[in-house]
Write a new protein. Sequence first.
Length: 374
Amino acid sequence: MNKFRRFFLRVKALATKELFHIQRDPRSLYLGLGMPLLLLVLMGAGISFDLDKIPLVVVDRDHSVASRALIEAFVADDTFRLAGMADDEPAAERMFRAGEASAALIIPDRFAADLDRGERVSVQFLVDGVDGNSAGQILTKGDTIAIGANLSGGAMTRAPRIAARTWTRFNPSAKSALYIVPGLATYVLALGAVLLTALTVAREWERGSMEQLFATPVGRLEIVIGKLLPYLGMGILQFLTVLTAGAFAFGLPLRGDFLLLAVCALIFLLAMLGQGLLISVVTRNQMVATQVAMMSTMLPVMMLSGFLLPIENMPLLIRGLSYVLPARHMVTIMRGILLKDNGIVELWPDVLAMTAFAVAMIVASTRRFQRRLV
């Protein structure tokens, strides 16, 4: 019993020492609290896949009430904005080349007269295809408006006898922020956690205070746990701050169990803090530790977690590598709980993978940490 009591007292003393250092070091406070919030707001506002106010150039050869009604249908809901009127297709193409328009609507002459006779009338809808993803979205939006105006495939048609009613689940407004922000929150949490602990042991080596620790009866596991606990507390505060900012700034909902989300966030933070601590133990140099932390966190989390790029489209080897990363599982958990009301039944493989990584990092840090100066 006394052995366990001494263990916890030593861990408490080390954690208190580290906590005092955090309070005295404004860099740690910024890395732990300021940087994640700043990154979330800036990147969340800057990264968007939504397209609206698409610049549209119109070539209206008919100049009739019907043609003006069709133009009004395209610009009515701000999906498209009228960038200008052109006399012919070459003039519209010049606006494409100048970047003044991304889509063109070509209305033929005798448009209204042919409609009045009940004939099939074709219009052209041209899209700047330099950006394939944006071009696909613009075509879809144009086709949706055309269908609403009783157009299909650029031609006036009769109303269909069978109409399909569709719903979009989990993100009915199709806002890209609801898809991006959970992944972005995972990204900033991972980056902040790894950077914070990557500097802890390396800083002790550089300042010569590690020798003082070696002169005490404190064990390796006690040092590791004592250094992790304050940053774990900061990580929890960081998680709550990021989640609150996401809700207020981007309307991020919470449809699932908050307790399950909190437990998953705790495991994820332990995994990333353990990774940073292992980097710190191995490098023993703050500059090298910072570089290794950035290289092992920024690109892997951004590219292989599903934050921005769909993992299903990646090569098999890269997909297999992504399963090792805790961020890949945390992104799935965040989107599942926040947007889909997923529970442990759907998410237990991701929770198990993150737990295994966290245990591996803490064990590796403890074993790699040696009580010797060289």
